[in-house]
Every structure is written in structure tokens, then in C-alpha cells.
Design a protein around this ligand. Structure first.
Ligand code: SF4
Length: 364
């Protein structure tokens, strides 16, 4: 398996070049790309419009899929959480969130995560490894096939958020490769404008992303208005403190399209970062850096054994009002899929108690 080429992670021109090395004409590469990326077929044997001997050859040297769905959980609110394994047996989690006007798929960029955010369960896994472009693309295909059936066009638009396990900017090359594959109009056609990448604040990669024109939206997980507290909650802050991070954000902001805004995410932890004073500090911080942005307040999702509780609804509302009174666009993110551990900060390869709507799948 290690030497097999993951064809799901190749762009259309790369697949064309790949089949040409096998002595096949270019159109076979385009056909293969359409079968994998547009029809979302999960094995070469299903691509019956390819000659049998080519399918056999592809089976010898490449893979159409590598992730195996081990469990699927369906929340009362319709959110679906998939627990998968890579070919080398590492956990990957993906969450499908249906909404009235669009679906959102929250995917993982790494198995585990090297960062040590104290409010996040994934941190406890440590970094197992970064995912390949093919493994990123596959997560989206698996979720769409499960929700709508193989190859069926989703009835609503699909938004992607790189907010599952891992720090996406520590796997930027594979992530951008996956996004290029998914943006292809002959494939899933999910363009970067429908993708948001969330970072804990890897400053050099934020600056690198700022130089790319066809890029996804960026969200910064802030979680604290001061270095002291952020050092505690997000140790990456010791490497790139708030002022350095926000200076990079300012550079990024200058490259935004006119109606675009940078997003700051602020997980709300009861009695830790949710006081009125901290709301004022946060507003002053963002105003001082003069960044065209919005703030998403995310009530913490309970995840034993983490020592935090979610802020109360009243506290979240008060925090929001203070930010807005100081001119900061503020939204509250409604938690989805908490009952199946699919919400932010809850992903850590956990099996949950099965009920009648949940099932364990092998090799889906
Ligand atoms: S919050 Fe994100 S960056 Fe921090 S440990 Fe969890 S997965 Fe990693």
C-alpha cells in the first residue's frame, strides 16, 4: 500500500500524465478523474467504462480509496460524524452538518494534532501524522456519498471547513493540493471560496497564504484576549504571541477581497475567558490592530476529561453585546452534534454509546 499511488489526491492534469506513463491516451485520465471526483466512485472495478485490463493495472499500482469508515453516528439534529481509519490504522474524523440552505463538511487535516490547546480533546492524541491530499479529498466524498448516495449531486451547496482534527496550516501543501482537486469543475467543483481554514495561529503560514490569490477563507482561533491567558489555553501563543499573530492577520487582511472579512473564533469557557472585562479587552485588541474582521463566539462543548464548562447563554449574550457596542461584528455559533461528540473540540476518535440511529460500518 505504501508504494501505491493515491489517485484520489491527483488533479486532472496529474491523472492524465499518470495514465500516459502507462501508455494510455490522455482521455483515459480525464475519464478516470470524472469517475473518481465527479461520480465519486470508490473502486476501479466500478468504473466499467474503462477497459478491464486498465482497471486491473490500476488495482496493481494505485488506490482509488484508502480510508475505511469504522463508525458512523447520527445526531438528533441530523449531524453525522464519521470515525475512519487510514491504511496504516490511524484515526480520521469527519463531520457532516446539514443546514437549510447548504451543507457543511468539517474535515480533518491531520490524524491527531501536535498543538496542545487545553480546551480540545484532539490535543490529547498528539500528532499521529499529517493526512495526504487524497485522504482529505476522500473524507468529503465519503460524507457526500453517505448523505446523498454515490455520485448524486448534492441538492444544496457544500461548504468545507478545515476545523476537524489537526492544524491545517501545518499541512498546507497537501491541503492546497486537495483543494485544487476539489475545485475542478469536472470533479466536485467545490471552489476555495466555499472553504474556510481555521488555524491556531501559525504565523509564517498565514503570511504564505496571504500571497496566494485563489485561496480559502481564513479563521483564527483566538480564545483569549491576553498573552498570559492564551499561553495557558493555546501554548502555540508562546511561539507566536498575540501581537505578532495580529500583525500577520493585518497583512492577510490587506489582501482580502472587498466584502471579505477575517474570522476570529473565540471558544467561550465558563469563568475562564468570558468576563465583561475580557470582552472589552478583546474589542480593544481587535480595534487597536484595526482588522476588518468578525468574531464567532463558540460556547465550549463539554468533553470529559477536559476541565472546562461552557459559558452560560446569558454570559455569551453579554459578551456579544459588549463586542458589538465597540463596533465588532459578532456572531454566536450554535453547537451541532454535541450528543455524538461531533462538535468543536470534541473530536478524539471516541466511540460513543450506540443507539438505534447509530451504526458501526466496516469498509464503507
Ligand atoms: S483546537 Fe485545533 S489546533 Fe488546537 S489542539 Fe485542537 S485540533 Fe489542534
Amino acid at each position: 500500500m505504501d508504494k501505491a499511488v493515491q489517485l484520489n489526491g491527483l488533479s486532472r492534469p496529474e491523472l492524465v500524465a499518470f495514465v500516459e506513463t502507462l501508455g494510455e491516451p490522455a482521455y483515459r485520465g480525464r475519464q478516470l478523474f470524472g469517475a473518481l471526483q465527479h461520480r465519486r466512485l470508490r473502486s476501479f472495478d466500478e468504473i466499467t467504462d474503462l477497459p478491464k485490463d486498465l482497471r486491473a493495472r490500476l488495482n496493481e499500482i494505485g488506490t482509488a480509496t484508502t480510508l475505511k469508515v469504522e463508525s458512523r453516528y447520527i445526531s438528533d439534529d441530523g449531524t453525522r460524524r464519521y470515525l475512519m481509519k487510514t491504511h496504516d490504522n490511524l484515526p480520521v474524523e469527519t463531520v457532516f452538518i446539514p443546514e437549510e440552505r447548504r451543507d457543511t463538511i468539517c474535515f480533518s487535516s491531520q490524524s491527531g494534532c501536535p498543538l496542545q490547546c487545553t480546551f480540545c480533546l484532539t490535543a490529547q492524541l498528539g500528532l499521529l501524522r499529517s493526512l495526504t491530499a487524497g485522504e482529505i479529498v476522500e473524507q468529503i466524498q465519503i460524507a457526500l456519498n453517505d448523505a446523498y448516495g454515490t455520485g448524486i449531486k448534492p441538492p444544496r451547496g457544500t461548504n468545507l471547513v478545515a476545523m476537524g482534527a489537526g492544524e491545517p496550516l501545518l499541512n498546507l501543501d497537501e491541503l492546497l493540493k486537495a483543494l485544487r482537486v476539489m475545485a475542478d469543475p469536472q470533479g466536485m467543483h467545490i471552489v476555495p471560496n466555499r472553504v474556510t481554514v481555521s488555524t491556531a495561529g501559525v504565523v509564517p503560514r498565514i503570511l504564505e497564504l496571504a500571497t496566494i490569490s485563489d485561496r480559502p477563507h481564513l479563521a483564527i482561533s483566538l480564545a483569549a484576549p491576553s498573552d498570559d491567558l492564551r499561553n495557558e489555553l493555546m501554548p502555540i501563543n508562546k511561539r507566536w504571541p498575540i501581537d505578532e499573530l495580529l500583525s500577520a492577520c493585518k497583512i492577510f487582511e490587506k489582501t482580502l477581497k472587498p466584502n471579505d472579512r477575517l474570522t476570529f473564533e473565540y471558544v467561550m469557557l465558563d469563568g475562564v475567558n468570558d468576563s465583561d472585562e475580557q470582552a472589552r479587552q478583546l474589542a480593544n485588541l481587535l480595534n487597536r490592530h484595526n482588522i476588518k474582521s468578525k468574531v464567532n463566539l463558540i460556547p465550549h462543548n463539554p468533553a470529559d476529561p477536559l476541565p472546562y464548562r461552557p459559558s452560560t447563554d446569558q454570559t455569551v449574550e453579554r459578551f456579544k453585546n459588549i463586542l458589538e457596542s465597540k463596533g465588532i461584528h459578532t456572531y454566536v455559533r450554535r453547537p451541532r452534534g454535541r450528543d455524538i461528540f461531533a462538535a468543536c473540540g470534541q473530536l478524539a476518535a471516541r466511540q460513543v454509546t450506540l443507539n438505534s440511529r447509530n451504526e458501526t460500518l466496516v469498509g464503507a
